[in-house]
Ligand binder design. Structure first.
Ligand code: ADP
Length: 262
């Protein structure tokens, strides 16, 4: 029965993805999805062909972050699927682009989630891409493991915040990636500081030196630091507009470091 056939690599031969970058964090809520989306926008603005695969199935926030939350992904021949395209030309696939109602929870076991993520790689018509970013599932559980074992990731960007407990969990994630022989491109420290509105001074909110110790201990490259500010917070509520130069400017050095280290 042809309808039952799944798409798979064999029915989807035109994908040509040059580099696959996973964005990971040990723990939810540190800004992994925000960082994934803004790296993607930065690369797209430079003229690269970019896709974002939202592998954070139970908390899929990429469609909102890239301004396509009301779009729906369309079916293609052979049960393959077309990604949605954002205003800035980024190809996007997320479970929320397949659901009728983005507020419905996905109550699935790990194996089903892992299969869906695999299909987002094999069954989506990504076409030619310079960079496919994967917003990784949070944590070091079975879904993250399957993604890393079934998709040929070229490198991982780790996102952290400067707090002891987070550093410990990030260390676990880093060691997991190393065990799987995947390269860690570097670490982005989010919510690193706030800028005093009166004097412009950078104030460290958390206790400071945790990240430098983490970088030393794990021999990681620091790709850059990001402040805690409304501009970055706004990305996730969808009021971020193109031309928010402050936010965009923060990502230029990070993306330069990333491309140089990949
Ligand atoms: P994760 O993917 O790690 O769960 P998100 O990217 O969804 O994290 O971010 C979690 C929340 O924190 C979101 O509401 C986001 O807008 C906010 N946020 C992330 N980074 C910053 C920042 N640097 N400044 C302010 N808010 C931020």
């Amino acid at each position: 029965n042809k309808d039952q056939q799944s798409c798979g690599i064999q029915n989807n031969p035109l994908n040509n993805i040059k580099k696959i970058i996973g964005v990971m964090s040990g723990k939810g809520g540190v800004g992994k999805s925000t960082v994934s989306a803004l790296i993607a926008r930065n690369l797209a603005k430079q003229g690269y062909k970019v896709g974002v695969l939202d592998a954070d199935i139970t908390g899929p926030s990429i469609p909102r972050l890239l301004g396509v939350k009301d779009a729906k992904a369309m079916g293609a021949p052979n049960n393959c699927i077309y990604p949605v395209q954002s205003a800035d030309g980024i190809k996007v696939m997320s479970l929320n682009l397949l659901l009728e109602d983005e507020n419905q929870p996905v109550i699935w076991r790990g194996a089903m989630i892992s299969n869906t993520v695999k299909q987002f790689y094999t069954d989506v018509i990504w076409g030619e891409l310079d960079y496919l970013l994967i917003d990784m599932p949070p944590g070091t559980g079975d879904v993250a493991l399957t993604v890393m074992q079934s998709i040929p990731i070229n490198g991982i960007v780790m996102v952290s915040v400067p707090q002891d407990m987070v550093s410990m969990i990030v260390a676990k994630a880093v060691n997991m990636v190393k065990k799987l022989d995947i390269e860690i491109i570097g670490l982005v420290e989010n919510m690193s500081y706030i800028v005093c509105p009166d004097c412009g001074k950078k104030i460290q909110i958390f206790n400071g030196n945790d990240t430098s110790k983490l970088l030393d201990d794990l021999q990681l490259n620091l790709l850059g630091t990001l402040p805690m500010n409304a501009g970055l917070g706004n990305v996730s509520v969808g009021v971020y507009k193109d031309g928010d130069e402050e936010v965009e400017g923060l990502f230029n050095p990070i993306v330069i470091n990333l491309l140089n280290s990949l």
